[in-house]
Design a protein around this ligand. Sequence first.
Ligand SMILES: Cc1cc2nc3c(=O)[nH]c(=O)nc-3n(C[C@H](O)[C@H](O)[C@H](O)COP(=O)(O)O)c2cc1C
Length: 238
Amino acid sequence: MNLEAFYKMSYGIYMIASCDGDELSAYIANTAFQVTATPPKLAISCHKDNHSAGVIERSGVFTVSALEKDTDAGLIGLFGYKSGNEKQKFQRVNYITGVTGAPVILTHAAAYFECRVVDQFDVGTHYLFIGEVVEAVLNGEDKDPLTYAWYREELQGYAPERAPTYIDRSKIAKPAEDREAPETTDERYICPICAYVYDPLKGDVSQDIPPGTPFEDLPADWICPVCAAAKSMFIPEN
Ligand SMILES: Cc1cc2nc3c(=O)[nH]c(=O)nc-3n(C[C@H](O)[C@H](O)[C@H](O)COP(=O)(O)O)c2cc1C
């Protein structure tokens, strides 16, 4: 099986939120999609170990915020790599309570949908929740949606093991002789937690690091823009 074929599947990037009483939950998902038009229904695939899975199962409601292209990688890192700590997560965002009582995250949302669960399927590692859309709102004009391809290629982001689209990159790594020659002698460094790659050619706009800054010259308090890992944890890519 050629695992790289899966990279040709297209997705957006979404914030899925829910609550059961006072217990809030939210996570990043690429797997959210419309399954019917009349009535409109969305499906989400939520890992059983996600804190959110239990919250959605108990409450029977969830919201889907379609993130805009300008979303910073740090927000995706917090909601996509940190599990459960809803206090820390919800302090970082603006949100409202929607018509179902579930939180709707507005930060970087191009649009949002509020859903009531009408079906739930056990698909192995994940639950597939089918939600009937009870509200759909455009959050501002003309915000381009963030795509999974942009997240991977431009933000250098990566999907963790709990994402349905997780791919073990060691299984598709090319042999050394097939790799393209680096365009610079500057070494790229990789985050061992989320696999973000610091590329000196690109710098890190989210932390005002200009292109051309070698890894060694990054400030000591520089952190991974995706999952907030410390600079000291990074390892050379090769
Ligand atoms: C780009 C990206 C896509 C993801 N897609 C999904 C997804 O579709 N389903 C899922 O269950 N987890 C997905 N995850 C992982 C969850 O966001 C992650 O496990 C999160 O920490 C769960 O939070 P919770 O335990 O507080 O619910 C994704 C993460 C990233 C970074």
